[in-house]
Design a protein. Structure first.
Length: 361
């Protein structure tokens, strides 16, 4: 786990060493240029200065983990920042992952191991997709927040921990409480300092600096530096509603750079879900066969241009698109791709779309 957060000019946040980071469904950069974003940043930093539990609420791809990392960086805590995706952990192992276990606590537990709470001692623990936590674990989490100590699986004595908790969710937790899926007492414990992170369509002033950043970042990765963008393409990107938020913008720029010609991104290089960048005209619905034929033509064009890492890029594009379209539901995404969930999880891990628990801490 890396502790340092890269804060760049223009009120921009990125993960450490962004050029080395694999693609995920999470936003890898966040800017505060839009007036509403500037105001939000002030709120975030005021909350960060107080040692309270915070909950970041926002759609997938809006930059919730980056906000959590910034809270940690501003807080002055000397311990590590540890990020855990509750939705990516096996339900049978999440107890041991969060709270640790002693040797022999369950089959295969040959050695004692600290959990994520102990790993984050003195620092910040970020629990993403907190709404996916099983209810039995919600009781234990509430106890940890109240007593500031954890009990490893298979142990009898508690371990004190000094951890600041930042939770995140892309669902309405209050509705989950009303539906009986989330404990109300835990909800109030987590919702001490809520931070509502607006979708990208509500902070359009952030789109141009994000666009320029991703063009530079992926231009360096692909070895095609100095690529520009036409005014028409830039306008289309600013006006688009971005249902996938910053993560979708990053994907669109990455693809556009691969297919761009003559050192510039033009409007025909953009692939925007549910939007057309072509001149308006009579709507014609393409058949699946026609869509596949068009994909084949595009693929031949990419091969002719010698697009780098083509297979890996296309595989990642297919998996990312299906996962986003199915609201990150693995069962539905596997069905959409006509593959098993096991195969899907292997692909999701390969491309960094879900976290793989570390072998040791």
């Amino acid at each position: 786990m890396t502790q340092n957060l890269a804060t760049l000019p223009g009120r921009r946040l990125t993960f450490p060493r962004p050029g080395e980071r694999s693609l995920t469904t999470r936003a890898s950069a966040l800017v505060f240029e839009d007036p509403s974003s500037v105001s939000l940043l002030g709120d975030i930093e005021r909350i960060a200065a107080r040692d309270v539990t915070a909950m970041v609420i926002g759609e997938t791809g809006t930059g919730k983990e980056l906000v959590a990392r910034h809270i940690h960086a501003v807080s002055g805590r000397s311990g590590p920042f540890v990020a855990v995706n509750c939705g990516a952990l096996s339900e049978s192992l999440i107890d041991a992952e969060l709270f640790g276990h002693e040797a022999g606590a369950y089959t295969g537990a040959t050695h004692a191991r600290a959990g994520w709470f102990e790993a984050a001692d003195g620092g910040t623990l970020f629990l993403d997709e907190i709404g996916d936590m099983p209810q039995a674990l919600q009781v234990k989490l509430l106890r940890v927040l109240q007593e500031r100590q954890v009990v490893r699986l298979g142990a009898r004595s508690p371990q004190p921990v000094d951890v600041r908790l930042v939770a995140a969710t892309n669902v309405d937790l209050w509705r989950a409480v009303q539906a009986g899926r989330f404990r109300s007492d835990l909800y109030y414990r987590l919702n001490v300092a809520p931070i509502a992170l607006p979708p990208l369509r509500e902070r359009r002033g952030d789109i141009p600096p994000l666009l320029d950043y991703f063009i530079e970042l992926y231009g360096l990765r692909l070895g095609i530096e100095g690529v520009g963008i036409t005014p028409q393409a830039r306008e289309a990107l600013v006006e688009y509603d971005w249902p996938g938020n910053i993560r979708e913008l990053e994907n669109v720029v990455h693809y556009a750079l691969i297919v761009s010609r003559n050192g510039r991104i033009d409007i025909e290089d953009l692939r925007l879900a549910g939007a057309s960048c072509a001149p308006s005209g009579p709507a014609v619905e393409e058949t699946p066969e026609q869509l596949l034929a068009r994909i084949e033509r595009d693929l031949r064009g990419l091969m002719a241009r010698g697009a780098p890492a083509l297979y890996d890029t296309l595989e990642r594009l297919v998996v990312t698109t299906a996962f986003d379209a199915c609201q990150r539901n693995q069962v539905h995404a596997a069905d959409a791709l006509s593959i098993s969930r096991y195969v899907l999880r292997t692909l999701l891990k390969r491309h960094g779309l879900i976290d793989t628990p570390a072998a040791g801490r």
